[in-house]
Design a protein around this ligand. Sequence first.
Ligand SMILES: *Cc1c(COP(=O)(O)O)cnc(C)c1O
Length: 373
Amino acid sequence: MKIETIAVHAGNQTDKTSGAVIQPITLSTTFERGSDGGYPSGYMYSRANNPNRKQLENVLAQLEGGTDAAAFASGNAAGMAVFQALKPGTHIILPDDMYHGLRHQVKNLFAGILEFDFIDVNDAGILQQHIKSNTGLLWIETPSNPLLKITDIRQAASIANKHNIKVVCDNTFATPICQQPLALGADMVMHSTTKYFGGHSDLMGGALITAQQDELWQRVRQVQEMGGAIPSPADCYYMTRSIKTLPYRVRGHVSNAQKLAEYLQQHPKVEQVLYPGLSTHPQHEIAKNQMSAFGAMLSFIVKGNEAQARKVANSVQLFTQATSLGGVESLIEHRASIEGPDTSTPFNLLRVSVGLEHIDDLVADMEQALNII
Ligand SMILES: *Cc1c(COP(=O)(O)O)cnc(C)c1O
């Protein structure tokens, strides 16, 4: 089945008792046992599983071409499940440009439990140098947040595979519509479904999708069930509902992003545009090789200082100044100031989540804001 069909059908089950075309939200926390003490419905207790989460996990697995998926209460809970699934003392390698919330999680919550190095994982030589006998995991994020760096997934996976290292790819920026890391050799995909999957800035969630149900995956399932950082049945319902339009929304976002990137690139007050869909992006060729579309996140560096960059963010009308991404409404953010003191993001960089407004209106708005500085 094609991805549009999966998105519409794989998460929904017509209710056999009422005939309801749309699957109801099953609020029950507990499920009736059979006379033999078994669980004839396959459900026992909602932390372990429930019908809405099962359907959400089903569509998530199919969208990424995986064999199984686990849904979580947030992207960070999904990431944490991976780190918790590792044996204490495991060494993990992470990118030097990655989502700051997960970087902080690793540094603050896993210090003394896991060993870790944040390096330029795009450089094969540097990556190989950092592999140790206890390295168990390579974390990648591509395109990265907020510098839109591209990691060559095939190259990273082939290096890691030789050393029995699992590769987990944070695919939040790309979505499975633009990039499918499992097909490129990654072992697991992670999503903040708060972003494009939810798509309307009103729902939090996270997901892990696995290529194989190996030992690490069994541990992830244990963390999910025993740790309990699960989404509610209603959250699962709304996520499944949003996913039905994911392919069409993402294509609209991508089309707007490409045009906005091209507009910004020729603007005299813009020093640089970071968007993998531009031929000037240093890793455009790698992006072309592994992505079917280039996503809808971009960053641009204003010609000037932090104050001038902030003035642009303060002057746009249609772009709301807020963190997060992937919603139908465009957002703009001065990134360095949210990332904390360890940020290496330039202070004149603005990150944009390009929404589904008409591109002419977005360009006109950006034009008036850039003309103010
Ligand atoms: C938002 C985000 C996360 C964290 O997800 P939450 O749902 O906010 O917990 C992880 N990775 C990336 C790339 C993100 O954008």
